[in-house]
Ligand binder design. Structure first.
Ligand code: AMP
Length: 113
């Protein structure tokens, strides 16, 4: 099965503006930013979407959320930010590798489209 684009970023087969990495996850700037700050946080484990998260992934999920918190702090999003995980067709997911969008740097409207 061919690797998707985020797996190729993890393996460095294609370049990305990586701003954080540890044993479990990677964070890089979105190639098509929807806000002044738009970062994607992904697990290195190949999980397709929230729908495919297993019970055994509970610590990994906690780690991703704490990483998001730390990045938001480092990126100085003190006025606020939004974390989005699109899931499946109706959710607007276009890359089949679990990812969290961290968006900030402007006032974000609600509800999303
Ligand atoms: P989603 O639509 O929730 O699946 O989000 C996928 C995101 O990945 C989109 O915001 C894209 O702009 C972004 N994206 C796709 N390819 C790349 C890439 N090579 N580097 C960085 N971001 C990417």
């Amino acid at each position: 099965m061919p690797e998707n684009i985020f797996q190729k970023i993890i393996s460095r087969e294609i370049p990305a503006d990586i701003i954080y990495e540890d044993d479990l996850c990677l964070a890089f700037r979105d190639v098509s930013p929807q806000a002044p700050t738009h970062v994607l946080i992904i697990p290195k484990k190949p999980i397709k979407s929230i729908d495919q998260v297993a019970d055994e992934d509970v610590e990994l999920m906690g780690h991703l959320w704490l990483t998001i918190r730390n990045l938001a702090n480092e990126l100085k999003l003190e006025k606020g930010y939004r974390v989005v995980a699109n899931c499946g067709w109706d959710g607007g997911q276009t890359v089949d590798h679990l990812h969290f969008h961290l968006l900030g740097g402007r006032l974000l409207s609600w509800p999303p489209g």
